[in-house]
Design a protein around this ligand. Sequence first.
Ligand code: BV8
Length: 248
Amino acid sequence: MSVEFDPRLVRALRAARAVGVLTGAGISAESGIPTFRDAQTGLWARFRPEELATAEAFRRDPALVWDWYAWRRGLVAGAAPNAGHRALARLERLVPALVLVTQNVDGLHQRAGSANVVELHGNLHRSRCFAEGVVIAGDPGAGERPPRCPRCGAHLRPDVVWFGEALPAQALERAETAARACDVFFSIGTSGAVFPAAQLPLTARAAGATVVEINRDPTPLTGAASFSLLGPSGTILPALVDAAWPAT
Ligand code: BV8
């Protein structure tokens, strides 16, 4: 699929001193990781993510929620970063400053080589004590599900942000600072349904940035973006970086 870009977009990207990026589940779709909008498969088909990604669900059935994350960790372990993740890691090396803010908890941006990653919603490869909040390193292994905190005996939980929970203050601050300071802001593979993450492209726009949406489907951001590129990020992102930096 050859992709043509508006020369104004290519010029803006080439001239950018600071680039901000927000990614969602869509950028990992081509790695085989289902998005939140995709119907869940198998055992999880009867649940909606919003029903499972809450502290209430965990209190009600800790083993069910723990097993859902174990299933997702398995999907991620069997997945590889795709061309979209790699294009962002390459872009980070080509522009003076790039902050990659992700809603994803799969760690694929880091595996693709991105260094400056802000995980707004945590990371499913880390566990933390449900009672004290302390992150417990290492693989909790087999045995009781969920495992117990080695310090206090409470259940361990995934180190992710659930609905109704506050985002890590430092991560949100870094994300908002990047959105206000950038020349170009990308919103990639996200339905723009969840806040406060979905506010970031609008913050960037209000601060005068060129906002570029790359998404398979239109979203509430589409009408407000400076450029909206509809299609798979695994195709569009590498082509856009190549257009701005030919044969580098
Ligand atoms: C909070 C981690 C307050 C866990 C997730 C206004 C302000 C603040 C809060 C709210 C607000 N309004 C409502 C709220 C509450 C709530 C919220 O936003 N609810 C929504 C449903 C209305 N927000 C919260 O609860 C947040 N907390 O605000 O707390 C507070 C303050 C102080 C003290 C206490 C409380 C916390 C939200 C975080 C929830 N955790 N994930 C986990 O992963 O299990 S959310 C999860 O869903 C994701 O992280 C992501 O953020 C979100 C949406 O998913 P997307 O990434 O966008 O994926 P989706 O499937 O929706 O879309 C994929 C897109 O990709 C599609 O558009 C598709 O077209 C596209 N696509 C597909 N394939 C491709 C593609 N694009 C390109 N290429 C492809 N190949």
